[in-house]
Design a protein around this ligand. Structure first.
Ligand SMILES: *[C@@H]1O[C@H](CO)[C@@H](O)[C@H](O)[C@H]1NC(C)=O
Ligand SMILES: *[C@@H]1O[C@H](CO)[C@@H](O)[C@H](O)[C@H]1NC(C)=O
Ligand SMILES: *[C@@H]1O[C@H](CO)[C@@H](O)[C@H](O)[C@H]1NC(C)=O
Ligand SMILES: *[C@@H]1O[C@H](CO)[C@@H](O)[C@H](O)[C@H]1NC(C)=O
Ligand SMILES: [Zn+2]
Ligand SMILES: [Zn+2]
Length: 517
């Protein structure tokens, strides 16, 4: 306790001085245009350039910046700091909006924002032309490969047509090309697409399109990576704020494989009417077929350093205490910590090597917990896999066994409280309380996550560590005070520096929201 207080105090002192010198960055017209264009700010009436100074208050810009930062996975400073400038503005990205008006009603419980799909499972496509750097036949080949990535997840069949109308229409165009969304020359917006029933995909012809994902040249934009993303739009998906997702709006190469967000989006759009077992079989079997060569990492004995994510960036998917140690999951990797800031040797490992029998279709672990009987349960969508204390698959089941209503697509966090020994099952904004001894759901659930006062949600993880309850979300964590029933006042603190043994970074100051003791 003493050491923790000391740490908090010294941490605060080390960073507080910085805050005083925070510069006030005035926002430019270009930046407001960016926020507006991607849906973070309301469109102003009338001639925008004239009214820019009046239409937006400092507060509304700050709010918009925070939203944009949250979506891009940046610290939410609400100011235009260097990181935001570098990581957001000016970077290559998709031209489709991140925030679609009225999305609050559609997407409260989902990170992927759904629009609508095609009302059929056989979809036609046509490539109208190629670019100066990529001829039409190469574009057709890469588009076919991109479609194949999505197809199994919606049980879709794609048929190429050479002439006449098609559902998905692929073309290259530069500048103003007649749809009201002009391209902007090389860099920044590289492509955009229209959801069903429109289905057009436009690639900016001013980009230097490349057909080789391993090309090192920053000026070259990898066509396949962008095509997979735009096909997602043409099938009805919107942007995801999950950096691992193919539907993340900023350009990133290489595109590894579809993530749970992408797959759930497809299921929602195209498999809702299928029977549950259909869906499950589909997910099982599709994992093989969607592993087209470009998406599968070769299973080399040796792991290249640059394949392993950097924990210090706190893009972890979840973490949980198992066998008295902290397991941290990100992408297909798991790290084990003996204690705060104390990594176990030999990690990260691929979690498929640790959890024997976990299906290959589980490509990311978002929720895991250890039961009282020491079995370990991994959740993915509505399914779960239960492992013995020696990490061997024992049982597979679905959320109905936990009495979670059928309309809940999945959980974000599960943990057992040390306060009452009950199992808390959390989706984005609600939680249920399950009694594993009687196998019954407690009355009065679900409840709203706001019951955990001062804890933000959705949470990425909740753990019990040395008798205390901690909630984790993105780069920060909170300690929950069971007696006050709210987060302890000295939190949040930065997760990377306090758990993952990362160096103090400049942006630590924005994590300190309360005055120290
Ligand atoms: C959002 O959409 C719903 C219908 O889906 C509509 O009733 C509501 O008025 C819309 N809200 C806004 C702010 O546009
Ligand atoms: C490709 O086709 C589209 C649609 O017909 C057209 O607008 C565009 O100019 C064409 N691009 C090239 C590079 O020919
Ligand atoms: C869940 O599992 C039960 C049996 O344990 C089965 O009857 C039910 O159909 C399954 N539901 C889904 C949605 O898979
Ligand atoms: C919770 O369970 C543990 C062991 O399973 C037991 O030692 C403890 O007393 C229980 N606590 C409560 C509050 O029931
Ligand atoms: Zn996009
Ligand atoms: Zn266009």
């Amino acid at each position: 306790m003493l050491s923790e207080t000391f740490f908090v105090t010294s941490l605060f002192c080390a960073v507080a001085c910085r805050t005083i010198y925070l510069e006030h960055n005035t926002i430019t017209l270009e930046e407001v245009t960016f926020l507006r264009k991607y849906g973070y700010m309301e469109e102003a009436e009338g001639d925008f350039s004239v009214e820019a100074d009046f239409a937006y208050t400092d507060l509304s810009v700050e709010e918009a910046l925070k939203k944009m930062q949250a979506f891009a996975g940046l610290p939410q400073t609400g100011t235009l700091d260097t990181e935001t400038k570098k990581a957001g503005y000016g970077r290559k990205r998709c031209g489709v909006k991140d925030i679609i008006k009225n999305e609050s009603t559609i997407s409260r419980n989902k990170r992927y924002i759904l629009q609508r799909g095609w009302n059929k499972h056989t979809i036609t496509y046509r490539v109208l032309n190629g670019s100066s750097t990529l001829d039409k036949s190469r574009v057709e080949a890469l588009i076919a490969e991109g479609l194949a990535v999505w197809a199994p997840h919606g049980m879709l069949r794609f048929k190429k047509v050479e002439t006449g109308p098609a559902d998905i229409k692929v073309s290259f165009a530069a500048g103003d090309h007649g749809d009201g969304f002009p391209f902007d020359g090389q860099g920044r917006v590289v492509a955009h697409a229209f959801p069903p029933p429109h289905g057009a995909i436009h690639f900016d012809d001013d980009e230097l399109w490349g057909g080789d994902p391993d090309a090192e040249d920053d000026d070259i934009t990898d066509f396949f990576a962008v095509a997979v993303h735009e096909i997602g739009h043409a099938l009805g998906l919107s942007h995801s704020n999950d950096k691992a997702s193919v539907m993340y709006p900023y350009y990133q190469v290489p595109t590894e494989k579809l993530q749970m967000d992408d797959i759930l989006g497809m299921r929602e759009l195209y498999l809702k009417d299928g029977s549950p077992s259909d869906i499950e079989d589909d997910i099982e079997s599709s994992s093989q077929s969607s592993h087209v060569p470009r998406f599968t990492k070769p299973d080399r004995g040796e792991v290249e350093e640059n394949e392993i994510p950097d924990l210090c960036l706190t893009n972890y998917d979840t973490l949980q205490v198992i066998r008295g140690k902290i397991y941290v999951f990100e992408e297909e990797w798991v790290w084990v910590l003996r204690d705060r800031n104390t990594l176990e040797e030999g990690y990260p490992k691929r979690f498929h090597e640790v959890f024997i029998g976990l299906p290959a279709s589980v490509t990311v672990i978002k929720t895991i917990y250890e039961k009282h009987n020491r079995d370990i349960v991994i959740f993915s969508g509505r399914n779960y896999w239960q492992f013995s204390p020696s990490f061997r698959l024992m049982i597979r089941g679905n959320l109905s066994d936990y009495h979670i209503p059928p309309e809940v697509p999945g959980l974000t966090t599960v943990f057992i409280s040390n306060y009452n020994n009950k199992t808390y099952l959390i989706d984005d904004e609600r939680f249920w309380r399950f009694d594993e001894i009687t196998e019954t759901m407690d009355d009065g659930y679900p409840k709203d996550m706001s019951a955990w006062r001062e804890v933000p949600y959705p949470v990425d993880a909740a753990i019990i560590w040395k008798g205390d309850t901690y909630f984790f979300r993105g780069p920060r964590f909170w300690r929950f005070d069971n007696s006050l029933i709210k987060a302890h006042e000295y939190y949040p603190l930065p997760t990377a520096q306090i758990w993952f043994d990362c160096e103090a970074s400049e942006d630590m100051n924005q994590y300190i929201t309360n005055d120290g003791p």
